[in-house]
Design a protein around this ligand. Structure first.
Ligand SMILES: C[S@@+](CC[C@H](N)C(=O)[O-])C[C@H]1O[C@@H](n2cnc3c(N)ncnc32)[C@H](O)[C@@H]1O
Length: 213
């Protein structure tokens, strides 16, 4: 698992959505998981799904830009959060709030749209991202999500350069910032043979950022 062994760890899942990752961490043995999302609807969904699976996870409605200190967690994760920052100030504020909620030596792991290659049309994977190239700092992108190739919703994200992400993370206090792409597991290719995996491998549109406190 990308975040390493979570057994016995305390985890803060920011922009947790319906709690998909929160539940995975709890099932992998995390001691405590707190999921936070801006959307009341998503938190309701997360609570229902977690109840159905009889897991002990706490959820809160909250904005990471205004989060403040809750407590110091071993790991903070966020699958798709930082690119919602509309301004550099918002991005910096998110990074500061993430840093504040990590213990010393703790790790922040996030998935993010690639700053070098965010535009994509991968409806078969359930998403399309539209924007006007060449992209400039702060440019708006439209993300469309699909279910069985049918659009189900759309929302905006914002384009920031790798340098801007790193500058904000460093200014918040983070060190050892690493970027990497997702590994495509053989099991995944076997399970979804019709997906165009080459599209991701040759030009990853989602990247992982890791940073330490
Ligand atoms: C693409 S979803 C990802 C959900 C989940 N992490 C996953 O991967 O399944 C992005 C989520 O970010 C949340 N979000 C966006 N801006 C946020 C903010 N400022 N604070 C907290 N959550 C935010 C949205 O409400 C949405 O649920």
């Amino acid at each position: 698992m990308l975040v390493g062994n979570v057994s016995g760890k305390t985890i803060l899942d920011l922009a947790c959505g319906d709690g998909n990752f929160s539940r995975k961490f709890k099932k992998k043995g995390a001691k405590e998981v707190l999921g936070i999302d801006l959307s009341e609807e998503m938190i309701k969904l997360a609570k229902n799904k977690t109840l159905q699976e009889k897991l002990d996870i706490k959820y809160l409605v909250g904005d990471v830009i205004k989060l403040g200190e809750i407590k110091e967690f071993d790991i903070v994760i966020s699958a798709f959060l930082l690119h919602y920052s509309k301004t550099k100030e918002e991005l910096l504020q998110m990074c500061k709030n993430i840093y504040m909620n990590l213990k010393k030596g703790g790790k922040f792991v996030t998935l993010n749209q690639s700053p070098t290659n965010p535009i994509k049309d991968v409806k078969e994977f359930g998403a399309k991202v539209e924007g006007l190239e060449p992209l400039k700092e702060g440019d708006e992108l439209t993300v469309r999500l699909y279910d069985n190739m049918k659009e189900v919703c759309s929302f905006k994200t914002y384009h920031w350069s790798k340098n801007t992400y790193e500058t904000c993370l460093r200014e918040a206090g983070f060190k050892d910032i690493k970027w990497s792409s997702l590994s495509i597991l053989k099991e995944g290719i076997k399970k979804y043979p019709k997906y165009n995996w080459k599209k991701y491998i040759h030009k990853p549109y989602i990247l992982i950022i890791e940073a330490l406190k």
